[in-house]
Design a protein around this ligand. Sequence first.
Ligand code: NDP
Length: 481
Amino acid sequence: MRKLRHFINGEFVDPASGKWLDVFEPATGQKYAELAAGSAADLERAVAAAAAARDAWKNTPADRRSRILWRIGELIERDLDLLSAAESQDNGKPVTLARSLDIPRAAHNLRFFAAAATQFASESHAMEEGAINYTLRQPIGIVGCISPWNLPLYLFTWKIAPALAAGNCVIAKPSEITPLTATLFGELCNEAGLPPGVLNIVHGRGNEIGTALVEHPAVNAISFTGGTKTGADIASRAAPKFKKLSLELGGKNPTLVFADCEWRKTIEQTVRGAFLNQGEICLCGSRILVEESVYERFVADFVAEARKLLPADPALEETRHGALVSREHMEKVLGYIELAKQEGGRIECGGERVVVEGRCREGWFVAPTVITGLSMDCRTNQEEIFGPVVSIMPFRDEAHAVELANGTPYGLAASIWTGDVGRTHRLARDIHAGLLWFNCWMLRDLRVPMGGMKQSGVGREGGFEAMRFFTEAKNVTVKFA
Ligand code: NDP
């Protein structure tokens, strides 16, 4: 059985406890590896390695840091096929998606922040009183990066790359459910010449080694992406210790469709925005709000398009809809579908577990599910499901659309389909979301601020926002006259 070990001080090491966790392949429901069950003792070892590497890395010229990160990005590209197959096996996503989205984006994260390392600059403010201010932005020291299972290497590197580019040493914890590509990433870091101890990857349960990482006094900042409930727990532990915190949390994103949209493109892209990666992307639109004059037509066309996404073996090239990440998650998603029925919802398509014949018979597949007839305030429309399930509802006019769009505790993303330019800017002003896409979805420029408002998070990632998060600002005032 394959063993996935911690990566500490540039070496792959067994867990101090001698305990291992089972890792499953979602498409088959079978165990395929064992994962180090990390404990406080492993974390101490990682902290010691990071502390020993901290000063040398901080003082490494930005150009040198940049070259190493760039090289890691190149190695990810070199291993595109291997990493894509690993991501698909570990997460259940179609291998074609891993090859076209997850792994190229992971490489891009490294290259993007390799460039940022050399381009990041700080401010200077001259004063009429004969003084000048300049702001030093210095690395924080040791930072913790905790990432989820839905886009494993993509989100893991999205945090690690800026932290390293800014000159920090990192202790990173991937999800225990999808640890494979993070482990392979450690090997690439060694090959690229990243000094030992600069990046340490610890594995294990969130409520054990994750909590220990959040609470450790030597870890000065935590960058977390995951569920809102976990985010609240992390904030409650980190805040009393005054750690810097970045929280990218859940969403219940609205998709707004107006009668004047470009019809065919809207149907194709709203289906993509609902079900890509089996709907397991925080940015997926799970509440689809449609102008009532085109509501019936939209439901019919959307359902017809969604039915084309047949759950199938993710390892096959033609597959567009894979397995859900775990049995537990599949049961959660199916539970929400039952709840939707109890709340008066009508299942237009999908709605149940699908058996995929052959090697995937025991896999965790749920077909794209479309629900209509629900009220805005029911639990199905208020709580994050994070799977291939959408609810479609009609709206009367623009004001009603905004009221529905804003009617949840979340505020991560929204996607709006309209041909009216004036409306575009009114909605950009009025919708409560950190990311708004008009006539597109998940079109990402890594320079822009990424994150949510309300219960979708605190702070922003991306571009120089991330570089600022991973540095401490120190202002210097010099009086010269
Ligand atoms: P979780 O919150 O369950 O876990 C996220 C990470 O935190 C995992 O590595 C997990 O480890 C770890 N963790 C769990 N409990 C703790 C704890 N008490 N202390 C420290 N770490 C802990 O999220 P999921 O993995 O289930 O991911 C899905 C969620 O992520 C969804 O809500 C989704 O919306 C959100 N998300 C948000 C994004 C954004 O940018 N806003 C992007 C992508 C996803 P382990 O898995 O080992 O328990």
